[in-house]
Design a protein around this ligand. Structure first.
Ligand code: GDP
Length: 400
């Protein structure tokens, strides 16, 4: 993603035998201790129509009463999507995770979903911009607070048909900016056969519209996700309650006909999704956000000419080269313009001269013809006079 810095010249290392231990073996422990002390940051955004079970699902995923439901009093009561980020500190075995859940209540409650997308995109871009500004400020040279969205869970209603146009538009827009993980909400409302065909039709829709979803679109570590990937788009069930299953209390939903268990792979893909986010790919989600999505945002800013005052020598050289190129181009254009002007004037002059010569030739010819005509007229008059004289002479001879 970044330009190749060129071949590094690293001298080959000679292997040395240590006479006594130096403590090198403790280096991974140093890193472990250090990273244990620094809290991890994970920012997850949840997007989907009201009532699809987003709040319940987040509570289920983190196994606590994390998020309170924000259901508007009436569907029309919110004119726009309200972005509500909430941060929680989760601690497990001395490791803390600062989890920020960004809910988007109001999304999909109106017909025009593109207006619903605007505040979401605005929020995502604002976080990129804040990171970009911090990168450039001396104050944050060390650790920049990361509020960028690392993962976006997009809740698809369990219709069992195909993706709606509105969902396609939203997925297209969002997947260009963040790691989008599509999930099928309320999977307990679909039969196993319906789940299979719905997944197939969703994947077909994503493929047809070239929508890049996480993790399939970012094949950094295929091996790790090859098993998890088979379950995309993940079917999920959320529940705030515990049910009795085979004598054990588990998270699930209880119905007259039986119970559905959240963590049962026969009922939904919850545990695969949790493994993807929490165990296998948390680091990767953060890395891809930085190296791919943030990089794209930054590149977009630079392309639009929003270059900040340069702090890097290569940036300055770039500026100078751009200025020089601009100056050379404008000089070249001026020279070309002058050349064209000269050629045009020369051509007009040549044409004028040839026209003048032609006019002169025509004048001469005219004068020549006039002179010839005058001569002929003179000759005819002389002949006429001669004839008249002869006639007069004849007449006087006859009279005599
Ligand atoms: P949100 O508006 O998307 O945050 O939805 P909520 O989490 O507030 O859930 C709305 C309703 O759906 C609640 O009554 C939940 O109990 C119910 N619900 C949540 N998850 C599921 C699920 O997986 N299956 C079913 N059948 N209902 C669910």
């Amino acid at each position: 993603l970044f330009p190749d810095p060129g071949p590094w010249k690293v001298p080959p290392a000679r292997k040395v035998t240590l006479n006594q231990p130096l403590g090198i073996e403790a280096l991974p422990t140093q890193r472990f201790v250090k990273s244990k002390r620094t809290p991890y940051v994970l920012n997850v955004m949840v997007v989907g129509e009201t009532g699809l079970g987003k709040t319940t699902f987040m509570n289920t995923l983190f196994n606590t009463d994390l998020v309170e439901s924000i259901i508007p009093e009436t569907p029309q009561s919110t004119k726009t999507v309200v972005i509500s980020p909430k941060t929680y500190e989760l601690v497990e075995d001395g490791v803390s995770l600062n989890l920020c859940v960004i809910d988007t209540p109001g999304f999909g409650d109106r017909l025009n979903r593109s207006t619903d997308l605007e505040p979401i995109i605005e929020y995502i871009d604002e976080q990129f911009q804040a990171y970009y500004d911090a990168e450039r400020s001396a104050e944050f040279r060390r650790a920049i607070p990361d509020t960028r969205v690392h993962a976006l869970l997009y809740f698809i209603p369990p219709t069992g048909h195909t993706l709606k146009e509105l969902d396609i538009l939203a997925l297209q827009t969002l997947s260009a900016k963040v790691n989008v993980i599509p999930v099928i909400a309320k999977a307990d409302t679909l039969t196993p056969e319906e789940k299979v065909s719905f997944k197939r039709s969703i994947l077909g829709g994503l493929d047809a519209h070239n929508i890049k979803i996480y993790p399939s679109a970012y094949p950094d570590d295929r091996e790790m996700i090859v098993e998890l990937e088979k379950h995309i788009p993940f079917t999920v069930i959320g529940s705030d309650n515990f049910v009795n299953a085979a004598g054990k209390k588990v998270r699930g939903r209880s119905y007259r006909w039986g119970v559905v268990e959240v963590e049962n792979v026969k009922h939904c893909d919850f545990i695969y999704l949790r493994e993807l986010i929490m165990t296998s790919c948390l680091h990767e989600l953060i890395d891809i956000t930085h190296s791919h999505h943030y990089h794209n945002y930054r590149a977009g800013l630079l392309r639009r000419g929003g270059r900040p005052e340069s702090i890097l020598a290569c940036d300055e050289q770039y500026e100078v080269r751009i200025e020089n190129t601009k100056a050379t181009l404008s000089e070249e254009m001026l020279r070309k313009e002058e050349e064209m002007r000269q050629t045009f004037v020369q051509k007009v002059r040549e044409k004028e001269q040839s026209l003048r010569q032609r006019e002169e030739q025509l004048n001469q010819r005219r004068q020549q013809l006039m002179a010839e005509l005058e001569e002929q007229r003179r000759l005819i008059e002389a002949e006429e006079r001669e004839m008249n004289d002869m006639l007069n002479a004849n007449r006087s001879t006859r009279r005599k």
